[in-house]
Design a protein. Structure first.
Ligand code: RIB
Length: 305
């Protein structure tokens, strides 16, 4: 099995259950509030660990209770946390998440120590990247650091997976060059390309714009509609696994993790997409970020994987 490193964010999620999202200027009563370990990077690392992958995480937390809790959560599923720096003078990242009765969410993040991840920290942890086969990143740490890691990983011949979330505009064109896989959802793809996409044909066109920028493969997750995989010369739609969503938090993170796990085990990208769909479709039936991730055994009992 290949080694995987996740470079990215760690947050303490403050999750509010609410019947519906408040309108602008409206005050409503929520039902309940929970603290759950999260952060897109940490969720991916956690999911990889829980699914049985060989995973190390690089990032930063504060020397506070939230940081300790997130480290503990990662250790509990055998994630190697030696790449995570505990910052003396910063507060662990936080995410304020409202989840409504349809399972949809709205998230506001406060970067905290995620914003303090620097190229110098990456240099200090560069051996972890060199010793890994697959490098996964997202966009919740400074983008110049994401770009720095990407350049390093491409130069070292690693398989590079970027989950471009939260999506941003204005990245330099050369950023995309050499990335093996990106996994935007349709909203993120629209932001990255500046295109409106309502039909499958338009989604394929959007994905091809990213391939034109140098990305080798684009997986567009479409929620209840399944997902789309576009390579230089192929395109394939994958039907969804129908479930009743309770909380979609970390659906994308668990997809990315399961996809990477399958690649690390030498599976084809079609098999990897399928595992991503299975794991994320279980995650959305459960509450919270890391609390929603299944084991591979749980996946197997449902789908005989
Ligand atoms: O993708 C879900 C994650 O986004 C949450 O866990 C939250 O921390 C935000 O980073």
């Amino acid at each position: 099995m290949q080694k995987i490193v996740v470079v990215g964010s760690l947050n303490m999620d403050v999750v509010i259950e609410t019947p519906h999202m408040p309108e602008r200027g409206e005050t409503i009563s929520g039902r309940k509030i929970d603290l759950v370990s999260g952060g897109k990077g940490a969720n991916q690392a956690y999911a990889l660990g829980k699914l049985g992958g060989d995973v190390t995480m690089i990032g930063a937390v504060g020397k506070d209770a939230a940081g300790e809790a997130i480290l503990e959560s990662l250790r509990s599923v055998n994630v190697n946390v030696e790449g995570i720096r505990q910052m003396e003078d910063g507060t662990t990242g936080q995410a304020f998440i409202a989840v409504d009765d349809d399972g949809d969410n709205s998230i506001i993040i406060i970067a905290g120590t995620n914003g303090m991840v620097t190229k110098e920290l990456i240099d200090e942890k560069a051996d972890i990247i060199r010793e890994s086969d697959i490098v996964i990143m997202q966009f919740e740490i400074p983008l110049e650091v994401v770009e720095y890691v990407k350049e390093m990983a491409v130069k070292e011949g690693k398989t590079v997976i970027v989950d471009p979330a939260p999506a941003v505009t204005g990245l330099p064109e050369h950023f995309w060059n050499g990335i093996d896989y990106i996994k935007p959802n349709e909203t993120e793809l629209a932001i990255l390309t500046g295109m409106k996409m309502n039909t499958r044909e338009e989604l394929v066109k959007g994905a091809r714009v990213m391939i034109g920028k140098g990305v080798k493969n684009v997986i567009v997750t479409l929620g209840k509609e399944g997902c789309l995989m576009v390579t230089e010369d192929t395109e394939e739609f994958f039907c969804p696994y129908k479930v009743k969503a309770l909380d979609t938090t970390a659906a994308g993170d668990s997809f990315t993790a399961a996809f990477a796990l399958a690649l690390s085990q030498g599976k084809t990208y079609g098999e990897a997409v399928s595992l991503g769909q299975k794991v994320s479709s279980i995650a959305v039936t459960r509450k919270g970020a890391q609390t929603s991730i299944p084991t591979l055994e749980e996946v197997k009992t449902i789908w005989d994987e």
